[in-house]
Design a protein around this ligand. Structure first.
Ligand code: HEC
Ligand code: HEC
Length: 160
């Protein structure tokens, strides 16, 4: 009888662990945006594309990006030294440190990250090139709540 009870407890515990683990996986689609906002990040870095959550790139990538703004992926995104300094400090402070973003991706592109490719392996290349999307970097074309840090696959909608 005692053995039976401990079996029961063990089974219950196993289910609990599985339930918690799957919740953690489900929460992956939501990317935390620091509560301490940078005053100029949204205006200066959110005019041409989404103001990407800092946690999506490692500090090394943000530093490189912030020190070469005049040659920014074919655009000139130069800022005055004060804004550059403030945004750079904020981005590196809240940069991603967990395993999947720890390494600088090619061209310091979120869209070239290993995890990005893996998460989007079922998205057709043609969907990223649609006129309504333009590029994989245009997250908010499909993730309508990207501004709020919501990238959940339940809320994603590829436009026509
Ligand atoms: C004048 C327009 C403009 C401004 C302002 C701008 N960017 Fe960009 N950014 C671009 C373009 C164009 C691309 C390339 C997009 C593409 O490949 O579709 C880009 C790409 C990026 C990427 C890589 C996206 C990917 O492919 O994963 C990052 C990161 C980025 N910008 C960060 C910033 C930061 C930080 C700032 C503010 C300091 C900023 N951008 C301001 C035009 C701009
Ligand atoms: C063409 C539309 C499109 C664009 C653009 C796009 N995504 Fe996605 N994304 C999707 C789809 C569709 C899924 C769900 C894929 C699946 O379930 O197989 C997804 C999944 C994800 C997930 C995983 C969500 C989860 O619940 O596990 C993350 C994180 C994510 N995208 C981030 C981004 C970021 C960051 C960008 C921009 C740099 C971006 N996406 C650009 C369509 C897009």
């Amino acid at each position: 009888m005692k053995d039976f009870i401990s079996m029961l407890v063990l089974t219950a515990l196993t289910y609990l662990v599985i339930a918690i683990a799957s919740r953690v996986v489900l929460a992956e689609g939501s990317i935390r945006i620091p509560t301490e906002r940078s005053p100029s990040y949204q205006t200066e870095c959110g005019s041409c594309h989404l103001a990407y959550p800092p946690g999506l790139l490692p500090a090394q990538s943000w530093s490189t990006i912030m020190s070469s703004l005049s040659k920014h992926y074919g655009a000139d995104a130069s800022l005055d030294p004060k804004d550059t300094q403030a945004i750079s400090a904020w981005l590196t402070q809240y940069a991603g440190t967990y395993k999947r973003v720890a390494e600088a991706p090619p061209e310091n592109r979120i869209t070239q990250s290993y995890w990005f490719k893996k998460k989007h392996r079922k998205v057709k290349a043609g969907d990223f090139g649609k006129p309504s999307v333009k590029s994989a970097a245009n997250c908010n074309a499909c993730h309508r709540q990207a501004e709020q840090g919501n990238f959940d696959d339940d809320d994603v909608q590829i436009p026509r």
